[in-house]
Design a protein around this ligand. Structure first.
Ligand SMILES: Nc1ncnc2c1ncn2[C@@H]1O[C@H](COP(=O)(O)OP(=O)(O)O)[C@@H](O)[C@H]1O
Ligand SMILES: O=C(CO)[C@H](O)[C@H](O)COP(=O)(O)O
Length: 560
């Protein structure tokens, strides 16, 4: 009998479920459900960079996506499922009480955004991130302890766990009084399915802890309590309450509990693997290996590669989102980088252009308005494709949502130079696409400068399939071949690969990948002439970036 597994991929807006046959890697069925509260814009304040997700959204949508999956799947599929694993966005933590319940699931906190998951792109904790960076540098300078940021790029980001926890604790006395700990989405949902949410039973995955929570084997887990209380006494006890015994995603976290077996229509007791972040599992579906950089290109980008422990030894890679033993593949160092906005930069421009439509288009139905807006990026892409590199005269930065890497900073902003009366919307759009490609190139160059080889690039995520224009400009700017992965659900497929190992179908991740990883469906080749022009234009991008960095540094010193 064929054995099946399920990969669950919690993205920024929706959750996807994928059913895969472990004997062939065939994707038998998939389904997507959007988070109901999030879709209405609840609990978010984009003007303040506040993006919160209700835990009930994750629970409701999980149940719904499995119901939708069974509608697509061949009859009798559910009884053949032997494992399930989950990936989520991150760092996306929530405050829990001493019973392990996310505070927003309690009636008194049900409408409180500080009691909800703080989504990866929530940038309300910029000040707290800077304090954590300063504290780590100070600790190391005074030789009180190691630099706890050395294996996560040297700069703590506002997108990460401790900055978010500190921000929420400071902001909200009621949450502070009730919070026992904070848990990441990928660890919590795994614990829900295995009925291990109680803090005494709670075990976390290596991915979230290593990349976002300052866990490292060098210091035996998390930094000491004194490090955190030195930043703010409100953090007292939070690190000591965390279990330092973290696990890689090939390991079995537990068995599907009776309640969730019933809610999901799955056999009770099937294996549940440890959770991880979306891009890390996507990279596994893309056969990541040393020298191969996998990029999830969507709203943001997440760039993942792996290196052998021998190559990196304990050498820190500056300015990236971490190097963590086993965060992607067991036995390898997983390295993460990325851009805080990629497709989001195009969406920003689309929204800018369509603002007057919203004001003046009262005669349009909401559906008609939405249909019109949906045509803006494709129409701009067709026109922008007619332009040649350098023709626009415009240089733009991709930092509209801050900079994730290289060298995290949410204080930097986007800038555009070279606008003239002749600059039309397609010119601007092409400049924005080029900006995102330059931002990506900066990451690859940083990896190479720091001794991490990048010989080839495999891309996954929505944009890799939606936009030949973006992909060709990337190939030309990066001056390298780009392979596009066939699977439409690469992150969920990666989760399914881990589920197959956790479920005992394969002894190792490599064995599961050999059968289940996705093939490449298309490649883009760089054009040598265009690549030479882009080499020159990339320097203008770097100069504009230097200017913005310098302005931010001056502002931070209070000189302006
Ligand atoms: N034709 C297109 N060309 C370029 N970008 C696009 C196009 N259509 C949508 N996008 C961008 O794709 C992004 C969504 O990517 P996707 O991978 O589908 O979602 P997610 O990042 O949530 O997983 C949006 O930011 C949007 O601006
Ligand atoms: O930073 C991350 C992982 O480390 C986020 O999970 C990721 O960038 C979110 O991506 P998407 O919008 O494609 O779900």
């Amino acid at each position: 009998m064929s054995l099946y597994v399920i990969g669950i991929d919690y993205g920024s807006d929706s959750v996807r479920a994928l059913l895969v046959d472990t004997s062939s890697g065939r994707e038998l069925a998939s389904a997507v459900v959007h988070y109901p509260r999030w879709s209405q814009g609840l609990y978010c304040e984009p003007g303040r960079d506040q993006f919160r997700q209700h835990p009930q959204d994750y629970l409701d949508s999980l149940e719904q996506v499995l119901q939708a999956l069974w509608q697509q799947a061949p009859a009798g599929s559910s009884s053949k499922v032997v494992g399930l694993s989950v990936d989520t966005t991150g760092s996306t933590p929530v405050a829990i009480n001493s019973a392990g319940v996310p505070l927003a699931l309690l009636p008194e906190f049900a409408q409180n955004p500080n009691a909800m998951f703080v989504l990866w792109k929530d940038h309300t904790a910029v000040a707290e991130a800077a304090e954590i960076t300063a504290a780590a540098n100070d600790y190391a300078a005074r030789a009180v302890g190691p630099n706890y940021l050395q294996f996560i790029g040297g700069i703590y980001s506002s997108e990460w766990y401790w900055a978010k926890a500190l921000h929420v604790l400071r902001q909200d006395a009621a949450v502070r009084a009730a919070a026992y700990s904070f848990v990441e989405h990928c660890d919590w949902i795994t614990a829900v399915l295995t009925d291990t949410t109680a803090p005494a039973d709670f075990v976390m995955g290596r991915c979230a802890t290593g990349h976002k929570m300052m866990w490292h084997q060098r210091w035996g887990g998390f930094p000491p309590n004194a490090f955190f209380t030195g930043i703010d006494p409100v953090l007292d006890g939070f690190a000591t309450r965390l279990n330092a015994d973290t696990r890689t995603s090939d390991q079995t976290a537990g068995r599907l509990c009776a309640e969730w077996a019933q809610r999901l229509g799955l056999p009770r007791g099937i294996a549940i693997g440890y959770g991880a972040f979306d891009c890390h599992m996507g990279a596994v579906a893309a056969n990541v290996r040393p020298g191969v950089l996998t990029k999830v290109m969507g709203t943001s980008t997440c760039d993942i590669t792996v290196a052998s422990p021998e190559l990196l030894a304990d050498k820190p890679v500056r300015g990236i989102c971490g190097q963590v033993d086993g965060s992607v593949l067991p036995g390898m160092i997983g390295l993460e980088a990325g851009q805080s906005a990629f497709g989001d930069l195009y969406a920003w421009f689309r929204d800018l252009l369509s603002f007057p439509l919203q004001l003046l288009g009262q005669s349009l139905t909401p559906a008609a308005l939405e249909a019109l807006q949906a045509q803006i990026i494709p129409a701009l892409s067709l026109e922008a494709a007619k332009l040649t590199p350098g023709q626009t005269g415009i240089t733009a930065l991709d930092w509209v949502n801050g900079r994730r890497t290289p060298d995290a900073s949410q204080r930097v902003a986007m800038a555009i130079s070279g606008l003239k009366m002749g600059s039309q919307a397609p010119h601007m759009f092409r400049a924005l696409v080029e900006a995102t490609a330059y931002g990506s190139r900066a990451i690859t160059e940083r990896f190479r400068e720091q001794g991490v080889p990048v010989d080839s690039i495999v891309v996954i995520g929505g944009i890799s399939k939606k936009s030949p224009l973006v992909m060709q400009i990337c190939a030309d700017v990066w001056n390298c071949e780009i392979a596009v992965l066939d699977s439409e659900q690469s992150c969920a497929l990666g989760a399914a690969i881990f589920a197959a190992v956790a479920g005992g179908v394969f002894p190792t991740v490599a064995a599961a990948q050999a059968v289940m990883a996705s093939p490449v469906c298309q490649t883009y080749q760089p054009n040598a002439v265009k690549a030479a022009v882009y080499d020159r234009l990339y320097k203008q991008y770097q100069q504009l970036g230097d200017f913005v960095n310098a302005s931010v540094a001056v502002e931070s010193q209070g000189a302006v």
